[in-house]
Write a protein that binds this ligand. Structure first.
Ligand code: IPM
Ligand code: MN
Length: 350
């Protein structure tokens, strides 16, 4: 019996989550896995109503679950940063979800904006470090509002954070057993402290994995090659900020935010799965947003729990839904509605 915390969140989050839950339940029922879902009302609406961002009691409660399933956080009436830092980043940090796992996979029948690239060219995973770097939040502002104002935001990493992330990435590359290649994405030509640490640790830990080839790319070049030669990649490992940026680029190459899922993973604790696209408030309540990213996040959730068969049921159901029924991955252009896609995927997963 698995206990799963469900946070629909803001904007279209609850809509895609309703479909994600539908499909998750169907796959679990088919595999005779029992799950208990507990809903949490967290997000912008609650904040506007009560002034509460994330009630303190919630973190210890969430630690008792087997996984967390999250829709989206972000509200147009709330100043940027309050909910993102107060909820999403806080959960990632407090639950020590030190890996953000973001597969970039082009499914058959999905259109990519990259000319001449097909599913065989786009199938890799980004391992984004998820608790450190510039997201640590160290820094400050002085002389605010004056012409001499100073703003500092530090990119902070310690060896421990870098090492555990790299080790996870090497092990994942080994487990995938595809190209057996791990690429470090950095910026050793400018960030000569932080990415020097990453690069040294990369080669030192890499020596423990003789079967894994090591590549290095600067982050700007990584962006170029993700478009020009995505087939070079197997697993990319990188720091928090670069990982954030390159996974939006990656998402667009796999058909867009409507299909891109991710997992905030604590391999020793509670992990949290989400569509990476955000709350898309302008589409709220119209039944036009694509639930597949959220549905795929459910597949990643089950895979992380070790329920491989149920996870691949969902992935196959998503592929059938795409090839049989969808014109596009983009909101409003899918040729069918949010709920209808959820119904189809649930039917195929069941
Ligand atoms: C993501 C998002 C978040 C991030 C924001 C909403 C804080 O862009 O999950 O990629 O920067 O990590
Ligand atoms: Mn992002």
């Amino acid at each position: 019996m698995y206990k799963i915390a469900v946070i629909g969140g803001d904007g279209t989050g609850p809509e895609v989550m309703a479909e994600g839950v539908k499909v998750l339940k169907a796959a679990c029922q088919a595999e005779k896995i029992s799950i208990e879902l507990v809903n949490y009302d967290i997000g912008g609406e609650r904040y506007l109503r009560t002034g509460e961002v994330l009630p303190e009691s919630i973190i210890p409660e969430l630690k008792k679950f087997n996984a967390i399933y999250l829709g989206a956080i972000g509200h147009p009436q709330v100043k940027p940063g309050i909910l993102e830092k107060g909820i999403l980043l806080k959960l990632r940090f407090e639950l020590d979800q030190y890996i953000n796992l973001r597969p970039i996979k082009l499914y058959p029948g999905v259109e990519t904006p990259i000319k001449d690239k097909t599913p065989e060219h786009i199938d890799y995973v980004v391992v984004r470090e998820n608790t450190g770097g510039i997201y640590t939040g160290l820094g400050g502002i002085s002389m605010k509002g004056t012409p001499h104002e100073i703003a500092v935001q530090e990119m902070v990493y310690n060896r421990f954070q870098v090492e555990r992330c790299l080790r996870y990435a090497f092990n994942l590359t080994k487990k995938r057993a595809k190209k057996n290649t791990l690429a470090l994405c950095g910026k050793t030509n400018v960030l000569t402290f932080v990415y020097d640490l990453w690069e040294r640790a990369f080669h030192e830990i890499g020596a423990e994995f003789p079967g894994i080839k090591r590549d290095y790319y600067h982050v700007d070049a990584t962006c170029m090659w993700m478009i020009k030669n995505p087939e070079w990649f197997d697993v990319i490992v990188t720091g928090n900020l670069f990982g954030d940026i390159i996974t939006d680029l990656g998402a667009i190459t796999q058909g867009g935010m409507g299909i891109a899922a991710g997992g905030n993973i604590n391999p020793e604790g509670v992990s949290m799965f989400e569509p990476i696209g955000g709350s898309a408030p302008k589409y709220t309540g119209q039944n036009v947003v694509n639930p597949l990213a959220c549905i795929m996040a459910g597949s990643m959730l089950l895979e992380t729990l070790g329920e491989i068969r149920a996870a691949s049921r969902i992935e196959q159901a998503v592929q059938k839904t795409i090839s049989g029924h969808m014109k596009s991955m983009s909101a409003g252009k899918m040729g069918t509605g949010t709920r209808e896609i959820g119904d189809l995927a649930a039917k195929y997963a069941g």
